[in-house]
Design a protein around this ligand. Structure first.
Ligand SMILES: O=C(O)[C@H](O)[C@@H](O)[C@H](O)[C@H](O)COP(=O)(O)O
Ligand code: SF4
Length: 606
């Protein structure tokens, strides 16, 4: 089935726009790849340092140019439940590499922040910038130039995007991403949210809240809501960087380990030393990136990917815009209902057929590019599968079912949950923003109400406690952009705004900050660009101005005349409190150098 002509047209537009940067990028990648086995350019001293701790046989192998060496970039730490399982992966990978006649070395580690631990805390102001720092840290590991291929161990929010930027920067090497899988299902996410609202209303105490939270987040693996971390897994699989079916297999299971071993062997099979050389920077192209966006819309994925995918694409010389993302949203149907866009979690999503079923449905009607390269070979059809444990600890795959095992979680392409995807761009006299409508009830897609201004999320929560948030209103939480304070997620607002919405108030949020991928039911125009710190129109909104947010037409406006708006002085905020404490002083260069949200809020791209 050829791809839908509307998708083909958007892809062609991206190809055209990217020509200069993509050609330059590919020239660099091909130049670097042409150098062959990279450690052969190292001097004896360099090499001796590089394999000092290896076994005698490994040293002999690495002294030559015929045995492939696999560089492991790991983001293991005990802070992220999703990354804790990686502690044991290097040993497993080394063993699998040896079985495949190769060698594996940990090239380096990268930092990983848990956005759940830092949510609502000062540390969250480092979170977005940690993505670019992760790319830099991975680059330090790979700059040893000892490697013929790479595997990346990462799952969560900023880690996979940062690792992907590194993989594209080292695009002359093959790159296989190895996930660790989701936590098993605990307290349902909607029950967790209900308990939070009871606590916020003073109806239960901290002990009961902590008990509920601990039953929700209870063990190793990724949190089970469909936030940025699980959106990352879907995006990397649909772009062909995972082994087919690898995303949502629970940690500590025989199948999980079989997939890790298989990924290791595959990474060693696609080096320049073999006959399936698959350098990452050439493996993906504009079709792969468009497929990542399509997956985001079809599943109601995280709003953070309106920045991460833009930055990831740029690292490969591909220029993706919010307009592209928004127009694809108008074409791609919503096929999944996973929290916050439904009650199911990713374990239920996987059990219903998962990514393999989703890809099969999209391929059936040309709603995704099939003709792409992946770490597994050519063509996305190979990913329309169901994965199981095979004989002797191998991986077995069979064609994905043509019917969902749970129609309440995964719909068919001809009867989707919504005919359009989850992420829209909003434009108007306030600038550009994005909104995720897949979790917002249709009767709340248009909100026109007076503005209530806040310069941080704590003051909104205080206003709630003081009973000042009555009636219909649009909360404007500004000075939360990348230059102001690192563009934190304002997910703590979800509980309070959710309570007011449940009481029947028409409420919405506008911010130059971010929301969590787990945020959802309150209409929120986020990533507003230009940000308040840059004097953007959001800084000119005054208390009581009428704001109109219309997600059906894609418009966001403050209802004052252009002359009035132009004449207004931008508000200012005291950001001195955001410059120190919890490491924020170390990120002043990032705040000074970052690009705008619509370009990925990155220090690398403007
Ligand atoms: O973008 C995301 O998906 C979030 O950053 C997510 O990774 C974060 O951990 C949530 O904030 C946790 O959800 P709670 O804060 O509701 O536990
Ligand atoms: S999904 Fe979020 S809260 Fe859960 S481990 Fe990852 S970063 Fe932490």
């Amino acid at each position: 089935m050829t791809v839908d002509p509307r998708i083909a047209a958007i892809t062609a537009r991206i190809v055209e726009r990217s020509k200069p940067s993509r050609e330059l990028y590919l020239h660099r990648v091909r130049n670097a790849a042409a150098k062959g086995v990279h450690r052969s350019v190292l001097g004896c001293g360099n090499l001796a340092h590089g394999f000092a701790v290896c076994s005698p046989s490994e040293k002999v192998a690495l002294s030559g140019d015929t045995v492939p060496n696999l560089g492991i970039i790991t983001s293991y730490n005990d802070m992220l439940s999703a990354h804790q399982p990686f502690e044991t992966y290097p040993a497993m990978i080394r063993e699998a590499a040896a079985q495949a006649g190769g060698i594996a070395q940990v090239a380096g580690g990268v930092p990983a922040m848990c956005d759940g631990v830092t949510q609502g805390q000062p540390g969250m102001e480092l979170s977005l910038f940690s993505r670019d720092l992760i790319a830099m840290a991975a680059g330090i590991g790979l700059s040893h130039n000892m490697f013929d291929s790479t595997v990346y161990l990462g799952v969560c929010d900023k880690i996979v995007p940062g690792l992907m930027i590194a993989a594209m920067t080292f695009g002359h090497l093959p790159a296989v991403f190895i996930p660790a899988g989701p936590m098993t299902t605990g307290l349902p996410n909607d029950e967790k949210a209900r308990v939070r609202q009871l606590y916020a209303e003073g109806k239960i105490g901290r002990d009961e809240l902590l008990d509920a939270e601990s039953k929700s987040y209870h063990g190793p693996g990724t949190c089970t809501f469909y936030g940025t971390a699980n959106s990352n897994q879907m995006v990397m699989e649909i772009m062909g960087f995972h082994m087919p079916g690898a995303s949502f297999i629970n940690p500590g299971t025989p199948l999980r380990d079989a997939l890790t071993r298989e990924a290791t062997k595959r990474a060693l099979a696609i080096t320049a030393l073999g006959n399936e050389f698959t350098p990452a920077g050439e493996m993906i192209d504009e079709r792969s990136i468009v497929n990542g966006v399509i997956g985001l819309h079809a599943t109601g994925g995280s709003t953070n990917h309106t920045m991460h995918l833009v930055a990831m694409a740029r690292a490969a010389g591909i220029m993706l815009t919010w307009q592209d993302i928004s127009e694809l949203s108008d074409i791609i149907p919503l096929l999944a209902r996973v929290y916050p866009n439904g009650l199911a979690d990713v374990n239920h999503f996987h059990a219903a057929g998962g990514i393999g079923y989703l890809i099969g449905q999209l391929l059936k009607t040309g709603m995704i590019h099939e003709d792409v390269r992946t770490v597994f070979g050519h063509g996305l059809q190979a990913y329309a599968i169901d994965v199981k444990l095979g004989e002797n600890g191998t991986v077995a795959r069979e064609r994905a079912p043509d019917v969902s095992h749970d129609p309440k979680v995964l719909a068919t392409i001809d009867k989707p949950f919504q005919t359009t995807g989850g992420l829209k761009m909003l434009t108007g006299n306030l600038g550009k923003a994005v909104i995720k409508i897949s979790a917002v009830k249709p009767e709340r897609h248009i909100i026109e109400a007076p503005a209530k201004i806040f310069h941080d999320q704590a003051s909104l929560n205080d206003a709630f406690k003081e009973g000042k948030l009555e009636g219909n209103f649009v909360a404007v939480v500004r000075f939360q952009g990348p230059k102001a304070n690192g563009m934190p997620e304002l997910h703590k607002l979800t509980t309070v705004l959710g309570i007011l919405q449940d009481r029947g108030q028409m409420v919405a949020l506008i911010t130059d900050g971010r929301m969590s991928g787990a945020s959802g039911k309150v209409p929120s125009a986020i990533h507003m660009t230009p940000e308040a710190k840059d004097g953007g129109p959001i800084s000119k909104i005054r208390e009581g101005d009428i704001i109109r947010l219309d997600a059906t037409t894609g418009e966001i406006n403050v209802l004052v005349s252009d002359a009035e708006l132009d004449a207004r002085e931008p508000a200012e905020a005291d950001l001195s409190g955001n410059e120190f404490g919890m490491g924020r002083e170390l990120f002043a260069p990032f705040r000074a150098m970052t690009g705008a949200a619509e370009h990925g809020a990155s220090v690398f791209f403007h």
